[in-house]
Design a protein around this ligand. Structure first.
Ligand code: AGP
Length: 622
Protein backbone atom coordinates (compact mmCIF):
# COMPACT_ATOMS: atom_id res chain seq x y z
CA UNK A 1 0.00 0.00 0.00
CA UNK A 2 1.34 3.40 -0.85
CA UNK A 3 1.75 6.02 1.84
CA UNK A 4 1.19 9.78 1.82
CA UNK A 5 2.49 12.37 4.24
CA UNK A 6 2.29 16.16 4.05
CA UNK A 7 3.23 18.98 6.38
CA UNK A 8 2.83 22.77 6.63
CA UNK A 9 4.14 24.66 9.63
CA UNK A 10 7.22 26.12 11.19
CA UNK A 11 9.58 23.15 11.43
CA UNK A 12 12.12 21.94 8.87
CA UNK A 13 9.90 19.67 6.83
CA UNK A 14 12.32 17.11 5.37
CA UNK A 15 12.86 15.10 8.52
CA UNK A 16 9.16 15.21 9.38
CA UNK A 17 8.33 13.78 5.96
CA UNK A 18 10.93 11.02 6.00
CA UNK A 19 10.14 10.08 9.61
CA UNK A 20 6.44 10.01 8.69
CA UNK A 21 7.16 7.74 5.73
CA UNK A 22 9.13 5.44 8.01
CA UNK A 23 6.01 5.05 10.13
CA UNK A 24 4.15 3.94 7.00
CA UNK A 25 6.82 1.44 5.95
CA UNK A 26 4.72 -1.49 7.19
CA UNK A 27 2.35 -0.85 4.29
CA UNK A 28 5.02 -2.00 1.84
CA UNK A 29 6.69 0.04 -0.91
CA UNK A 30 9.41 -0.13 -3.52
CA UNK A 31 10.40 3.52 -3.94
CA UNK A 32 9.89 6.81 -2.17
CA UNK A 33 10.25 10.54 -2.55
CA UNK A 34 9.70 13.97 -1.03
CA UNK A 35 9.09 17.44 -2.45
CA UNK A 36 9.58 20.54 -0.37
CA UNK A 37 8.55 24.11 -1.05
CA UNK A 38 10.55 27.20 -0.12
CA UNK A 39 11.07 30.64 -1.61
CA UNK A 40 8.59 30.01 -4.39
CA UNK A 41 10.34 26.90 -5.66
CA UNK A 42 9.89 23.19 -5.21
CA UNK A 43 12.79 20.79 -4.80
CA UNK A 44 12.27 17.07 -5.07
CA UNK A 45 14.25 13.94 -4.25
CA UNK A 46 13.16 10.41 -5.15
CA UNK A 47 14.82 7.04 -4.83
CA UNK A 48 14.20 3.41 -5.65
CA UNK A 49 14.45 1.01 -2.73
CA UNK A 50 13.91 1.54 0.95
CA UNK A 51 13.92 4.78 2.88
CA UNK A 52 17.61 4.56 3.65
CA UNK A 53 18.10 5.02 -0.09
CA UNK A 54 15.90 8.11 0.03
CA UNK A 55 17.87 9.44 2.99
CA UNK A 56 21.11 8.86 1.08
CA UNK A 57 19.69 10.62 -1.98
CA UNK A 58 18.67 13.57 0.20
CA UNK A 59 22.17 13.71 1.70
CA UNK A 60 23.69 13.73 -1.79
CA UNK A 61 21.31 16.45 -2.82
CA UNK A 62 22.22 18.46 0.24
CA UNK A 63 25.93 18.05 -0.46
CA UNK A 64 25.47 19.13 -4.08
CA UNK A 65 23.38 22.09 -3.02
CA UNK A 66 26.05 23.13 -0.52
CA UNK A 67 28.62 23.13 -3.29
CA UNK A 68 26.41 25.02 -5.74
CA UNK A 69 25.13 28.55 -5.61
CA UNK A 70 21.55 27.39 -6.32
CA UNK A 71 20.30 25.59 -3.26
CA UNK A 72 17.84 22.78 -3.75
CA UNK A 73 16.76 20.68 -0.83
CA UNK A 74 18.88 22.57 1.70
CA UNK A 75 16.51 25.47 2.10
CA UNK A 76 14.76 25.57 5.41
CA UNK A 77 11.53 24.49 3.80
CA UNK A 78 8.53 24.16 6.08
CA UNK A 79 6.00 22.85 3.54
CA UNK A 80 6.27 19.51 1.81
CA UNK A 81 4.81 16.21 0.71
CA UNK A 82 6.23 12.69 0.75
CA UNK A 83 5.24 9.30 -0.60
CA UNK A 84 6.09 5.63 -0.50
CA UNK A 85 5.10 3.89 -3.75
CA UNK A 86 4.25 0.30 -4.45
CA UNK A 87 4.25 -0.01 -8.21
CA UNK A 88 1.01 -0.62 -10.09
CA UNK A 89 1.26 1.37 -13.33
CA UNK A 90 4.82 1.48 -14.53
CA UNK A 91 8.02 -0.13 -13.41
CA UNK A 92 9.91 0.46 -10.21
CA UNK A 93 12.06 3.39 -11.32
CA UNK A 94 13.01 6.76 -9.92
CA UNK A 95 10.96 8.57 -12.56
CA UNK A 96 7.88 6.56 -11.64
CA UNK A 97 8.31 7.34 -7.93
CA UNK A 98 6.22 10.15 -6.44
CA UNK A 99 5.98 13.11 -6.07
CA UNK A 100 4.94 13.72 -9.67
CA UNK A 101 5.03 17.18 -11.18
CA UNK A 102 3.68 19.20 -14.10
CA UNK A 103 5.66 20.39 -17.12
CA UNK A 104 6.69 23.66 -15.49
CA UNK A 105 7.64 21.87 -12.25
CA UNK A 106 5.32 24.20 -10.29
CA UNK A 107 2.72 21.67 -9.15
CA UNK A 108 3.71 18.51 -7.28
CA UNK A 109 1.40 15.73 -6.17
CA UNK A 110 1.50 12.49 -4.19
CA UNK A 111 -1.22 9.98 -4.97
CA UNK A 112 -2.54 6.73 -3.51
CA UNK A 113 -4.91 4.49 -5.41
CA UNK A 114 -5.75 4.38 -9.07
CA UNK A 115 -6.88 6.85 -11.69
CA UNK A 116 -8.96 4.66 -13.96
CA UNK A 117 -9.38 7.14 -16.82
CA UNK A 118 -5.73 8.21 -16.89
CA UNK A 119 -5.13 7.17 -20.50
CA UNK A 120 -7.86 9.45 -21.84
CA UNK A 121 -6.68 12.32 -19.65
CA UNK A 122 -3.05 11.73 -20.54
CA UNK A 123 -3.76 11.91 -24.24
CA UNK A 124 -5.74 15.12 -23.83
CA UNK A 125 -3.11 16.77 -21.63
CA UNK A 126 -0.36 15.62 -23.94
CA UNK A 127 -2.16 17.23 -26.88
CA UNK A 128 -2.30 20.44 -24.87
CA UNK A 129 1.49 20.35 -24.47
CA UNK A 130 2.02 18.48 -21.19
CA UNK A 131 5.36 16.73 -21.00
CA UNK A 132 4.99 13.39 -19.19
CA UNK A 133 8.05 12.02 -17.46
CA UNK A 134 6.68 8.81 -15.93
CA UNK A 135 4.67 5.74 -16.87
CA UNK A 136 2.24 6.21 -14.00
CA UNK A 137 -1.45 6.96 -13.87
CA UNK A 138 -0.76 9.37 -10.98
CA UNK A 139 1.17 11.89 -13.04
CA UNK A 140 -1.97 13.02 -14.89
CA UNK A 141 -3.16 14.62 -11.65
CA UNK A 142 -0.16 16.99 -11.53
CA UNK A 143 -0.74 18.08 -15.14
CA UNK A 144 -4.48 18.35 -14.69
CA UNK A 145 -4.19 20.50 -11.55
CA UNK A 146 -1.59 22.66 -13.30
CA UNK A 147 -3.87 23.04 -16.32
CA UNK A 148 -6.73 24.23 -14.11
CA UNK A 149 -4.48 26.58 -12.15
CA UNK A 150 -4.32 28.78 -15.21
CA UNK A 151 -7.81 29.89 -14.19
CA UNK A 152 -7.77 29.84 -10.43
CA UNK A 153 -6.21 29.01 -7.10
CA UNK A 154 -4.74 25.66 -6.12
CA UNK A 155 -7.93 24.63 -4.35
CA UNK A 156 -10.07 25.60 -7.34
CA UNK A 157 -7.72 23.69 -9.62
CA UNK A 158 -7.82 20.59 -7.42
CA UNK A 159 -11.60 20.77 -7.34
CA UNK A 160 -11.78 21.02 -11.14
CA UNK A 161 -9.31 18.15 -11.52
CA UNK A 162 -11.21 16.05 -8.99
CA UNK A 163 -14.35 16.40 -11.06
CA UNK A 164 -12.58 14.85 -14.03
CA UNK A 165 -10.87 11.96 -12.31
CA UNK A 166 -12.37 8.47 -12.18
CA UNK A 167 -11.20 5.69 -9.93
CA UNK A 168 -10.42 5.45 -6.25
CA UNK A 169 -7.63 7.57 -4.89
CA UNK A 170 -6.45 10.12 -2.39
CA UNK A 171 -3.96 12.80 -3.34
CA UNK A 172 -2.25 15.86 -1.95
CA UNK A 173 -1.17 18.73 -4.20
CA UNK A 174 1.23 21.59 -3.61
CA UNK A 175 1.99 24.58 -5.84
CA UNK A 176 5.12 26.73 -5.93
CA UNK A 177 2.76 29.68 -6.42
CA UNK A 178 0.92 29.13 -3.15
CA UNK A 179 3.36 28.79 -0.27
CA UNK A 180 2.27 27.19 2.99
CA UNK A 181 -0.68 25.43 1.39
CA UNK A 182 -1.52 21.80 0.75
CA UNK A 183 -4.76 20.67 -0.86
CA UNK A 184 -5.93 17.10 -0.41
CA UNK A 185 -8.77 15.19 -2.04
CA UNK A 186 -10.26 11.85 -1.18
CA UNK A 187 -12.19 9.33 -3.23
CA UNK A 188 -12.40 6.08 -1.29
CA UNK A 189 -8.72 5.94 -0.24
CA UNK A 190 -7.99 7.25 3.27
CA UNK A 191 -6.74 10.72 4.16
CA UNK A 192 -6.51 12.24 7.62
CA UNK A 193 -5.45 15.62 9.00
CA UNK A 194 -3.33 16.00 12.12
CA UNK A 195 -3.93 19.33 13.88
CA UNK A 196 -1.08 21.13 15.56
CA UNK A 197 -0.41 24.58 16.90
CA UNK A 198 0.69 26.63 13.88
CA UNK A 199 1.36 23.43 11.97
CA UNK A 200 -0.76 20.77 10.28
CA UNK A 201 -0.22 17.29 8.93
CA UNK A 202 -2.02 15.47 6.14
CA UNK A 203 -1.45 11.76 5.65
CA UNK A 204 -2.92 8.47 4.50
CA UNK A 205 -2.75 7.15 8.07
CA UNK A 206 -2.39 8.63 11.55
CA UNK A 207 0.80 6.58 12.03
CA UNK A 208 2.64 9.15 9.92
CA UNK A 209 2.21 11.98 12.44
CA UNK A 210 1.06 10.57 15.77
CA UNK A 211 4.44 11.44 17.29
CA UNK A 212 3.45 15.13 16.92
CA UNK A 213 -0.29 15.25 17.49
CA UNK A 214 -3.26 13.08 18.34
CA UNK A 215 -5.81 15.75 17.39
CA UNK A 216 -7.19 14.51 14.10
CA UNK A 217 -9.84 15.31 11.51
CA UNK A 218 -10.87 12.63 9.06
CA UNK A 219 -11.37 13.57 5.43
CA UNK A 220 -14.53 11.82 4.25
CA UNK A 221 -15.16 10.29 0.89
CA UNK A 222 -15.84 12.92 -1.78
CA UNK A 223 -14.25 15.75 0.21
CA UNK A 224 -11.40 18.18 -0.32
CA UNK A 225 -9.29 19.74 2.37
CA UNK A 226 -7.12 22.86 2.38
CA UNK A 227 -4.36 22.79 4.94
CA UNK A 228 -2.40 25.87 6.05
CA UNK A 229 -0.28 26.44 9.16
CA UNK A 230 -3.03 28.51 10.78
CA UNK A 231 -6.00 26.30 9.96
CA UNK A 232 -7.80 23.67 7.92
CA UNK A 233 -10.86 23.98 5.68
CA UNK A 234 -13.02 21.11 4.53
CA UNK A 235 -15.35 21.26 1.54
CA UNK A 236 -17.34 18.98 -0.70
CA UNK A 237 -16.64 18.51 -4.39
CA UNK A 238 -18.84 21.53 -5.23
CA UNK A 239 -16.79 23.73 -2.91
CA UNK A 240 -19.44 23.98 -0.17
CA UNK A 241 -17.68 24.38 3.20
CA UNK A 242 -18.04 21.54 5.70
CA UNK A 243 -17.53 21.73 9.45
CA UNK A 244 -15.46 18.85 10.76
CA UNK A 245 -14.92 18.24 14.40
CA UNK A 246 -11.49 17.52 15.84
CA UNK A 247 -11.19 14.13 17.50
CA UNK A 248 -8.56 13.75 20.17
CA UNK A 249 -7.31 10.21 20.15
CA UNK A 250 -6.78 8.52 23.44
CA UNK A 251 -3.68 6.63 22.38
CA UNK A 252 -0.68 5.68 24.43
CA UNK A 253 2.66 5.43 22.64
CA UNK A 254 2.20 1.69 22.41
CA UNK A 255 -1.36 1.76 21.01
CA UNK A 256 -0.30 4.53 18.65
CA UNK A 257 2.08 2.22 16.83
CA UNK A 258 -0.82 -0.20 16.48
CA UNK A 259 -3.02 2.42 14.88
CA UNK A 260 -5.04 2.80 18.08
CA UNK A 261 -5.82 -0.92 18.42
CA UNK A 262 -4.78 -2.89 21.46
CA UNK A 263 -2.78 -5.40 19.41
CA UNK A 264 -1.30 -5.73 15.94
CA UNK A 265 -3.58 -8.65 15.22
CA UNK A 266 -6.71 -6.57 15.84
CA UNK A 267 -5.27 -3.73 13.78
CA UNK A 268 -4.46 -6.09 10.94
CA UNK A 269 -7.96 -7.60 11.01
CA UNK A 270 -9.32 -4.08 10.65
CA UNK A 271 -6.79 -3.28 7.89
CA UNK A 272 -8.28 -5.97 5.66
CA UNK A 273 -10.55 -3.78 3.52
CA UNK A 274 -7.60 -1.57 2.57
CA UNK A 275 -5.34 -4.55 1.99
CA UNK A 276 -7.80 -6.24 -0.36
CA UNK A 277 -8.44 -2.94 -2.14
CA UNK A 278 -4.70 -2.64 -2.78
CA UNK A 279 -4.55 -6.23 -4.01
CA UNK A 280 -7.47 -6.12 -6.42
CA UNK A 281 -7.76 -2.44 -7.39
CA UNK A 282 -5.27 -2.09 -10.21
CA UNK A 283 -5.97 -5.56 -11.55
CA UNK A 284 -9.68 -4.97 -12.04
CA UNK A 285 -9.67 -1.77 -14.08
CA UNK A 286 -11.28 -3.57 -17.00
CA UNK A 287 -14.97 -4.20 -16.37
CA UNK A 288 -15.07 -7.56 -18.11
CA UNK A 289 -11.90 -9.14 -16.83
CA UNK A 290 -8.80 -9.17 -14.71
CA UNK A 291 -5.33 -8.13 -15.85
CA UNK A 292 -2.33 -9.85 -14.35
CA UNK A 293 0.25 -8.96 -16.97
CA UNK A 294 2.49 -7.41 -14.38
CA UNK A 295 6.15 -6.64 -14.12
CA UNK A 296 6.90 -9.94 -12.47
CA UNK A 297 4.42 -12.07 -14.36
CA UNK A 298 4.63 -12.90 -18.02
CA UNK A 299 1.14 -14.16 -18.73
CA UNK A 300 2.46 -16.72 -21.23
CA UNK A 301 3.17 -18.69 -18.06
CA UNK A 302 -0.54 -19.37 -17.93
CA UNK A 303 -0.74 -20.76 -21.48
CA UNK A 304 -1.09 -24.44 -22.30
CA UNK A 305 -1.67 -25.66 -18.76
CA UNK A 306 -3.64 -28.81 -18.25
CA UNK A 307 -3.32 -29.05 -14.47
CA UNK A 308 -2.62 -26.78 -11.53
CA UNK A 309 -0.89 -27.86 -8.34
CA UNK A 310 -1.00 -25.62 -5.28
CA UNK A 311 1.64 -26.04 -2.58
CA UNK A 312 1.75 -24.15 0.70
CA UNK A 313 1.78 -24.40 4.48
CA UNK A 314 -0.63 -23.40 7.24
CA UNK A 315 -2.90 -20.48 6.52
CA UNK A 316 -1.47 -20.14 3.02
CA UNK A 317 -2.58 -23.71 2.33
CA UNK A 318 -6.14 -22.76 3.29
CA UNK A 319 -6.05 -19.80 0.89
CA UNK A 320 -4.87 -22.24 -1.78
CA UNK A 321 -7.81 -24.49 -1.04
CA UNK A 322 -10.24 -21.68 -1.79
CA UNK A 323 -8.17 -20.98 -4.92
CA UNK A 324 -8.61 -24.58 -5.96
CA UNK A 325 -12.40 -24.34 -5.90
CA UNK A 326 -12.38 -21.02 -7.75
CA UNK A 327 -10.01 -22.22 -10.49
CA UNK A 328 -11.93 -25.45 -11.00
CA UNK A 329 -15.30 -23.66 -11.01
CA UNK A 330 -14.41 -20.74 -13.24
CA UNK A 331 -11.54 -21.99 -15.41
CA UNK A 332 -12.39 -25.72 -15.42
CA UNK A 333 -8.78 -26.75 -14.88
CA UNK A 334 -8.17 -29.65 -12.49
CA UNK A 335 -6.36 -28.47 -9.38
CA UNK A 336 -4.42 -30.62 -6.95
CA UNK A 337 -3.29 -29.43 -3.56
CA UNK A 338 -0.67 -30.54 -1.15
CA UNK A 339 1.06 -29.38 1.94
CA UNK A 340 4.54 -28.38 0.81
CA UNK A 341 6.28 -30.38 3.53
CA UNK A 342 4.49 -33.54 2.38
CA UNK A 343 4.70 -33.08 -1.36
CA UNK A 344 8.43 -32.50 -1.50
CA UNK A 345 9.17 -35.88 0.15
CA UNK A 346 6.89 -38.06 -1.93
CA UNK A 347 8.98 -38.26 -5.09
CA UNK A 348 6.37 -36.18 -6.86
CA UNK A 349 5.36 -36.42 -10.48
CA UNK A 350 4.97 -33.14 -12.37
CA UNK A 351 4.88 -32.24 -16.01
CA UNK A 352 5.73 -29.28 -18.22
CA UNK A 353 2.05 -28.66 -18.78
CA UNK A 354 1.53 -28.13 -15.10
CA UNK A 355 1.40 -24.80 -13.30
CA UNK A 356 2.66 -25.11 -9.75
CA UNK A 357 1.59 -22.29 -7.45
CA UNK A 358 3.62 -21.80 -4.28
CA UNK A 359 1.71 -19.64 -1.82
CA UNK A 360 3.73 -18.13 1.01
CA UNK A 361 3.02 -14.76 2.54
CA UNK A 362 6.57 -14.38 3.87
CA UNK A 363 8.20 -15.89 0.81
CA UNK A 364 10.60 -17.62 3.20
CA UNK A 365 8.92 -20.83 4.40
CA UNK A 366 11.55 -23.50 3.85
CA UNK A 367 9.23 -26.33 2.82
CA UNK A 368 7.32 -24.22 0.35
CA UNK A 369 10.55 -22.93 -1.17
CA UNK A 370 11.99 -26.43 -1.43
CA UNK A 371 8.78 -27.69 -3.06
CA UNK A 372 8.84 -24.85 -5.59
CA UNK A 373 12.50 -25.57 -6.39
CA UNK A 374 11.78 -29.26 -6.87
CA UNK A 375 8.79 -28.56 -9.11
CA UNK A 376 10.96 -26.37 -11.33
CA UNK A 377 13.75 -28.95 -11.45
CA UNK A 378 11.17 -31.47 -12.64
CA UNK A 379 9.99 -29.24 -15.45
CA UNK A 380 6.86 -27.53 -14.11
CA UNK A 381 6.23 -23.82 -14.46
CA UNK A 382 6.21 -22.24 -11.03
CA UNK A 383 4.23 -19.20 -9.94
CA UNK A 384 4.88 -17.66 -6.52
CA UNK A 385 2.15 -15.88 -4.62
CA UNK A 386 3.78 -13.84 -1.88
CA UNK A 387 3.46 -10.65 0.11
CA UNK A 388 7.14 -9.81 0.32
CA UNK A 389 9.09 -8.26 -2.50
CA UNK A 390 12.58 -9.62 -2.91
CA UNK A 391 11.77 -12.65 -0.72
CA UNK A 392 13.31 -16.04 -1.57
CA UNK A 393 10.07 -17.21 -3.19
CA UNK A 394 10.42 -14.51 -5.83
CA UNK A 395 13.69 -16.13 -6.90
CA UNK A 396 12.47 -19.74 -6.92
CA UNK A 397 9.83 -19.23 -9.61
CA UNK A 398 9.03 -18.22 -13.16
CA UNK A 399 6.58 -15.49 -12.22
CA UNK A 400 5.20 -13.72 -9.17
CA UNK A 401 1.73 -12.63 -8.16
CA UNK A 402 2.01 -10.26 -5.23
CA UNK A 403 -0.54 -9.86 -2.51
CA UNK A 404 -0.39 -6.27 -1.39
CA UNK A 405 -1.34 -6.57 2.23
CA UNK A 406 1.57 -4.56 3.58
CA UNK A 407 3.74 -5.87 6.39
CA UNK A 408 1.93 -8.19 8.78
CA UNK A 409 3.39 -7.88 12.26
CA UNK A 410 1.23 -10.33 14.18
CA UNK A 411 2.28 -13.96 13.83
CA UNK A 412 -1.34 -14.89 13.21
CA UNK A 413 -1.91 -14.40 9.51
CA UNK A 414 -5.09 -12.40 8.85
CA UNK A 415 -4.82 -9.66 6.23
CA UNK A 416 -2.30 -11.66 4.22
CA UNK A 417 -4.79 -14.55 4.13
CA UNK A 418 -7.67 -12.50 2.69
CA UNK A 419 -5.27 -11.00 0.14
CA UNK A 420 -4.07 -14.47 -0.86
CA UNK A 421 -7.69 -15.52 -1.32
CA UNK A 422 -8.42 -12.38 -3.35
CA UNK A 423 -5.37 -13.12 -5.51
CA UNK A 424 -6.58 -16.67 -6.11
CA UNK A 425 -9.96 -15.30 -7.23
CA UNK A 426 -8.18 -12.95 -9.64
CA UNK A 427 -6.06 -15.76 -11.05
CA UNK A 428 -9.08 -18.01 -11.45
CA UNK A 429 -10.95 -15.25 -13.28
CA UNK A 430 -8.03 -14.62 -15.60
CA UNK A 431 -7.58 -18.32 -16.34
CA UNK A 432 -11.32 -18.55 -17.02
CA UNK A 433 -11.04 -15.74 -19.54
CA UNK A 434 -7.91 -17.13 -21.21
CA UNK A 435 -9.49 -20.55 -21.57
CA UNK A 436 -12.87 -19.23 -22.65
CA UNK A 437 -14.72 -21.06 -19.89
CA UNK A 438 -16.60 -17.96 -18.72
CA UNK A 439 -18.73 -15.68 -20.82
CA UNK A 440 -18.22 -11.93 -20.75
CA UNK A 441 -21.44 -11.32 -18.81
CA UNK A 442 -20.47 -13.68 -16.00
CA UNK A 443 -16.93 -12.26 -15.90
CA UNK A 444 -18.27 -8.72 -15.71
CA UNK A 445 -20.54 -9.70 -12.87
CA UNK A 446 -17.74 -11.35 -10.92
CA UNK A 447 -15.21 -8.56 -11.52
CA UNK A 448 -17.76 -6.08 -10.16
CA UNK A 449 -18.23 -8.26 -7.09
CA UNK A 450 -14.47 -8.62 -6.57
CA UNK A 451 -14.12 -4.83 -6.79
CA UNK A 452 -16.76 -4.52 -4.10
CA UNK A 453 -15.03 -6.90 -1.69
CA UNK A 454 -13.26 -4.05 0.18
CA UNK A 455 -16.52 -2.21 0.85
CA UNK A 456 -18.17 -5.46 1.90
CA UNK A 457 -15.31 -6.09 4.33
CA UNK A 458 -15.78 -2.60 5.80
CA UNK A 459 -19.52 -3.18 6.04
CA UNK A 460 -18.88 -6.50 7.78
CA UNK A 461 -16.33 -5.14 10.23
CA UNK A 462 -18.56 -2.26 11.20
CA UNK A 463 -20.33 -3.48 14.27
CA UNK A 464 -18.85 -7.00 14.17
CA UNK A 465 -16.58 -6.62 17.19
CA UNK A 466 -19.27 -6.43 19.85
CA UNK A 467 -21.36 -9.50 18.91
CA UNK A 468 -18.32 -11.63 18.11
CA UNK A 469 -16.63 -10.58 21.34
CA UNK A 470 -19.77 -11.49 23.30
CA UNK A 471 -19.94 -14.92 21.62
CA UNK A 472 -16.22 -15.51 22.18
CA UNK A 473 -16.47 -14.61 25.85
CA UNK A 474 -19.41 -16.99 26.31
CA UNK A 475 -17.32 -19.88 25.02
CA UNK A 476 -13.81 -18.92 26.08
CA UNK A 477 -13.69 -21.61 28.78
CA UNK A 478 -14.48 -24.47 26.43
CA UNK A 479 -11.71 -27.00 26.09
CA UNK A 480 -12.50 -28.06 22.54
CA UNK A 481 -14.10 -26.52 19.45
CA UNK A 482 -15.16 -28.31 16.31
CA UNK A 483 -15.33 -26.41 13.01
CA UNK A 484 -17.37 -27.64 10.08
CA UNK A 485 -17.85 -26.49 6.51
CA UNK A 486 -18.37 -27.81 3.03
CA UNK A 487 -16.75 -26.84 -0.27
CA UNK A 488 -15.10 -23.40 0.19
CA UNK A 489 -16.71 -23.36 3.62
CA UNK A 490 -14.41 -26.23 4.59
CA UNK A 491 -11.35 -24.11 3.82
CA UNK A 492 -12.84 -21.34 5.96
CA UNK A 493 -13.51 -23.84 8.77
CA UNK A 494 -9.91 -25.11 8.58
CA UNK A 495 -8.60 -21.57 8.80
CA UNK A 496 -10.92 -20.65 11.68
CA UNK A 497 -9.83 -23.71 13.61
CA UNK A 498 -6.15 -23.04 12.96
CA UNK A 499 -6.49 -19.44 14.11
CA UNK A 500 -8.19 -20.43 17.35
CA UNK A 501 -5.71 -23.14 18.27
CA UNK A 502 -2.74 -20.98 17.27
CA UNK A 503 -3.55 -18.04 19.49
CA UNK A 504 -5.76 -19.44 22.26
CA UNK A 505 -4.08 -22.86 22.76
CA UNK A 506 -7.47 -24.56 22.73
CA UNK A 507 -7.78 -27.89 20.91
CA UNK A 508 -9.74 -27.53 17.70
CA UNK A 509 -10.58 -29.78 14.83
CA UNK A 510 -11.98 -28.90 11.43
CA UNK A 511 -13.86 -31.25 9.18
CA UNK A 512 -15.82 -31.37 5.99
CA UNK A 513 -19.45 -31.42 7.10
CA UNK A 514 -20.17 -34.67 5.29
CA UNK A 515 -17.25 -36.39 6.99
CA UNK A 516 -18.40 -35.66 10.52
CA UNK A 517 -20.49 -38.76 10.91
CA UNK A 518 -17.45 -40.89 10.06
CA UNK A 519 -15.78 -40.37 13.41
CA UNK A 520 -15.66 -36.85 14.82
CA UNK A 521 -19.32 -36.97 15.77
CA UNK A 522 -18.20 -39.06 18.74
CA UNK A 523 -16.67 -35.91 20.24
CA UNK A 524 -19.94 -34.03 20.41
CA UNK A 525 -21.98 -33.44 23.53
CA UNK A 526 -23.71 -30.52 25.24
CA UNK A 527 -20.39 -28.94 26.12
CA UNK A 528 -19.05 -28.71 22.56
CA UNK A 529 -19.24 -25.45 20.64
CA UNK A 530 -19.39 -26.25 16.92
CA UNK A 531 -18.61 -23.44 14.52
CA UNK A 532 -20.42 -24.08 11.24
CA UNK A 533 -19.63 -22.17 8.06
CA UNK A 534 -23.05 -22.07 6.45
CA UNK A 535 -22.99 -19.21 3.98
CA UNK A 536 -25.29 -19.27 0.98
CA UNK A 537 -23.91 -21.68 -1.60
CA UNK A 538 -25.26 -24.40 -3.89
CA UNK A 539 -24.81 -27.09 -1.24
CA UNK A 540 -26.02 -25.15 1.78
CA UNK A 541 -28.89 -27.63 2.27
CA UNK A 542 -26.28 -30.39 2.76
CA UNK A 543 -24.51 -28.26 5.34
CA UNK A 544 -27.79 -27.62 7.12
CA UNK A 545 -28.34 -31.39 7.36
CA UNK A 546 -24.92 -31.68 8.97
CA UNK A 547 -25.85 -28.94 11.43
CA UNK A 548 -29.01 -30.89 12.30
CA UNK A 549 -26.80 -33.89 13.11
CA UNK A 550 -24.73 -31.69 15.42
CA UNK A 551 -27.84 -30.36 17.12
CA UNK A 552 -29.16 -33.88 17.61
CA UNK A 553 -26.12 -34.51 19.87
CA UNK A 554 -26.98 -31.44 21.93
CA UNK A 555 -23.87 -29.51 20.85
CA UNK A 556 -24.00 -25.74 20.59
CA UNK A 557 -24.02 -24.40 17.00
CA UNK A 558 -22.45 -21.07 16.12
CA UNK A 559 -23.22 -20.47 12.44
CA UNK A 560 -21.60 -18.09 10.00
CA UNK A 561 -24.39 -17.31 7.56
CA UNK A 562 -25.26 -14.90 4.77
CA UNK A 563 -27.28 -11.91 5.86
CA UNK A 564 -31.01 -12.38 5.38
CA UNK A 565 -30.79 -16.16 5.12
CA UNK A 566 -33.47 -17.42 7.47
CA UNK A 567 -32.69 -21.08 6.89
CA UNK A 568 -30.26 -21.08 9.80
CA UNK A 569 -32.64 -19.52 12.29
CA UNK A 570 -34.15 -22.77 13.49
CA UNK A 571 -31.01 -24.88 13.46
CA UNK A 572 -28.29 -22.64 14.92
CA UNK A 573 -27.99 -21.43 18.50
CA UNK A 574 -26.12 -18.31 17.41
CA UNK A 575 -25.83 -16.77 13.94
CA UNK A 576 -23.16 -14.32 12.81
CA UNK A 577 -24.02 -12.82 9.44
CA UNK A 578 -21.78 -11.71 6.60
CA UNK A 579 -22.78 -9.50 3.66
CA UNK A 580 -24.18 -11.13 0.55
CA UNK A 581 -22.02 -11.42 -2.57
CA UNK A 582 -21.30 -14.16 -5.09
CA UNK A 583 -21.24 -17.43 -3.14
CA UNK A 584 -17.63 -18.24 -4.07
CA UNK A 585 -16.46 -14.83 -2.86
CA UNK A 586 -18.26 -15.20 0.44
CA UNK A 587 -15.46 -17.48 1.62
CA UNK A 588 -13.19 -14.44 1.91
CA UNK A 589 -15.75 -12.63 4.05
CA UNK A 590 -16.70 -15.66 6.15
CA UNK A 591 -13.23 -16.03 7.62
CA UNK A 592 -13.28 -12.54 9.15
CA UNK A 593 -15.72 -13.29 12.01
CA UNK A 594 -13.68 -16.41 12.73
CA UNK A 595 -10.46 -14.39 12.99
CA UNK A 596 -12.18 -12.05 15.42
CA UNK A 597 -13.71 -14.94 17.34
CA UNK A 598 -10.27 -16.52 17.84
CA UNK A 599 -8.93 -13.13 18.82
CA UNK A 600 -11.49 -12.46 21.53
CA UNK A 601 -11.32 -15.99 22.94
CA UNK A 602 -7.54 -15.58 23.30
CA UNK A 603 -7.87 -12.10 24.82
CA UNK A 604 -10.45 -13.38 27.32
CA UNK A 605 -7.87 -15.96 28.32
CA UNK A 606 -5.31 -13.20 28.75
CA UNK A 607 -2.99 -14.35 25.98
CA UNK A 608 -0.47 -12.53 23.82
CA UNK A 609 -2.07 -12.86 20.42
CA UNK A 610 0.64 -11.09 18.45
CA UNK A 611 3.34 -13.57 19.36
CA UNK A 612 1.83 -16.91 20.36
CA UNK A 613 4.14 -19.41 22.00
CA UNK A 614 6.27 -21.77 19.92
CA UNK A 615 5.59 -19.95 16.69
CA UNK A 616 7.77 -17.84 14.50
CA UNK A 617 6.58 -15.48 11.84
CA UNK A 618 8.36 -17.38 9.11
CA UNK A 619 9.59 -20.93 9.02
CA UNK A 620 13.04 -20.84 7.56
CA UNK A 621 14.63 -23.82 9.28
CA UNK A 622 14.53 -27.10 7.38
C1 AGP B 1 -1.00 -18.81 10.51
O1 AGP B 1 -1.55 -17.80 11.26
C2 AGP B 1 0.45 -18.92 10.50
N1 AGP B 1 1.17 -17.80 10.76
C3 AGP B 1 1.06 -20.02 9.66
O2 AGP B 1 0.19 -21.08 9.51
C4 AGP B 1 1.58 -19.58 8.28
O3 AGP B 1 0.52 -19.34 7.41
C5 AGP B 1 2.51 -20.67 7.72
O4 AGP B 1 3.60 -20.82 8.58
C6 AGP B 1 2.97 -20.37 6.33
O5 AGP B 1 3.66 -19.16 6.27
P1 AGP B 1 3.96 -18.46 4.89
O6 AGP B 1 2.66 -18.07 4.30
O7 AGP B 1 4.81 -17.29 5.24
O8 AGP B 1 4.66 -19.46 4.04
Amino acid sequence: MCGIVGYVGQRAVQEILVAGLEKLEYRGYDSAGVSVLADGEIASVRAVGNLSKLRAAIDTSVAEADAAPVATITRPATTGIGHTRWATHGRVTESNAHPHFDTSDRVHVVVNGIVENYLVLKERLHDMGADFTSETDAEVIAHLVSHHMARGSLVEAVRAAYAELEGHYAFVAMSADEPDTLVGARKECPLVVGRGDGEQFLASAIDAFHAYTLDVQFVQDGELVVVRPGGVEFMDAEGTPIQREITTLDWSASTAEKGGYETFMLKEIHDQADAVAETVGYRTLRADGVDLGELELDESLLDGIDRVLILAAGTSFHAGLIGRYAIEEWARIPVEMDIASEWRYRNPIVSERELVIGITQSGETADTLAAMRLARERGAKVLACTNVRGSSATRECDGVLYTRAGQEVSVAATKTFVCQVATMYLLALRLGELRGTMGRARRTELVAEVKHLPSRISELLEGLDAPVKAAAERHADSSFFLYLGRHVGRAVALEGALKLKEISYIATDAYAGGEMKHGPIALLDESTPVVCVATDMPILDKMISNIQEVRARGAHVIAIATVGDTRLDDVADEVISIPRTDWMLQALLAVIPLQLFAYYVARKRGLNVDQPRNLAKTVTVE
